[in-house]
Design a protein around this ligand. Structure first.
Ligand code: MG
Length: 382
């Protein structure tokens, strides 16, 4: 616990919550990275006094270097800067909270240095799950999930022999448009899509929750993290977000993890694992709970989830193509350049246009990622 942490993506939603948790439990922060939000980053650096800061965007890096000239902090930029932040000597755990596939290389670099990975970047496992898990195994690096569902599965499986696992029950709220028909969603605006009923999250993941692509990405992530086949994972819609996921054991017993819907909790657990500490989060009030319901996901009206489940079965570069195409399409939607239902259309087109490659290496994955982005940007620009 005395060792410091590094936060990749400190200005995003998970990054900001990680800082709150670290301050609350007295954990030293040695490095911060951001893409380009320099105002917030400067504020964080002045408060936490890390030894190292990296800004991915070159122009923003120059700006922050000037602003922080009075402090004893090293500033770097680009992918090299992110990798250095992930591999600093003084760092024990790396929180990978960047959004998108930019997290892949720094995460692998940290694994090679045997850092504990508090994994909050879905794309890392979705795109390169086989490579990442194999490397972690070879290097003896721990990967502790931060995503609430995977943290719940991880906690439910803790201390249990893997041969006792029958299946994973991956829960999800169903998002803000649960129960609506796809045809009714054509005119959904970015503001409507990002207003999630239970969770407060960044814009990209909020849109993914609305389309249920988020659950699809989590499905693929769970496959890799827990070494199970797609057919061993069942998606269960649980609108109250009280249960964060469950495991069913071979004797029929189900073990669930429940807590308030606050990302700070799985973040704290990933940082203190295997210990638990008191937290600043609310405890569940069982007298205030009314409904506690479950239903099957509506794959017809949430086709992104069905698409992700198919990509999970196909494997190869398909999960990466799908995720990259989705990321581009969501950013275009948020920028007003794409309709809400076109997110699915764009992702489907990209996966159909690009042929699959079995057992891809890292370069093939990175190329597929880039091609999928170009495909969506070119075919769907207004
Ligand atoms: Mg989640």
């Amino acid at each position: 616990m005395a060792e410091a942490i590094s936060i990749l993506g400190s200005t995003g939603s998970i990054g900001r919550q990680t800082i709150e948790v670290a301050e609350n439990i007295g954990l030293k922060v040695a490095a911060l990275t951001a893409n380009r939000k320099t105002d917030l980053l400067e504020e964080q650096v002045r408060r936490l006094r890390p030894e190292f800061v990296a800004v991915y965007d070159e122009t923003a890096a120059k700006d922050i270097k000037i602003r922080l000239a009075d402090l004893n902090v090293r500033v770097a930029s680009g992918m090299e800067g992110l990798i250095e932040a992930a591999t600093l000597n003084s760092v024990k755990s790396v929180v990978t909270a960047v959004s998108g596939s930019v997290g892949l290389k720094p995460t692998l670099a940290a694994i090679h240095e045997k850092k504990r990975i508090a994994l909050a970047n879905k794309e890392t496992l979705v795109c390169a799950g086989s490579i990442v898990m194999k490397t972690a195994d070879e290097c003896g690096a721990e990967i502790i999930p931060v995503d609430s569902e995977h943290s719940a599965i991880f906690q439910s499986l803790s201390g249990r022999d893997r041969s006792e696992l029958k299946k994973i029950l991956l829960t999800g709220s169903g998002g803000p448009f649960r129960g609506r028909k796809r045809a009714e969603l054509a005119d959904i605006t970015p503001a409507q899509a990002v207003s999630h009923p239970n969770w407060s999250m960044g814009a990209k993941i909020s849109v993914d929750s609305a389309t249920m692509m988020n659950k699809g990405l989590e499905y693929i992530e769970a496959m890799h993290l827990f070494g199970v086949k797609p057919e061993d994972i069942q998606v269960v819609v649980h609108p109250q977000s009280m249960i964060h996921s469950m495991v069913e054991l071979i004797d029929g017993t189900v073990i669930a993890q429940l807590a308030v819907a606050d990302m700070g909790l799985p973040i704290q657990y990933a940082l203190t694992y295997p210990k638990r500490l008191p937290s600043m989060f609310q405890h569940l009030d069982w007298t205030a709970m009314r409904d506690f319901t479950f239903e099957a996901p509506d794959l017809e009206n949430m086709p992104c989830l069905a698409l992700a489940m198919r990509a999970a079965k196909e494997g190869g570069i398909m999960p990466c193509v799908m995720s990259a195409a989705n990321e581009t399409a969501v950013h275009m939607f948020l920028a007003g350049k794409l309709g809400y239902n076109q997110i699915y259309d764009a992702v489907l087109d990209a996966t159909e246009a690009m042929g699959n490659v079995a057992e891809p290496d890292l370069d093939t994955i990175i190329e597929a990622d880039a091609s999928a982005r170009v495909f969506v940007a070119e075919h769907y620009s207004k």
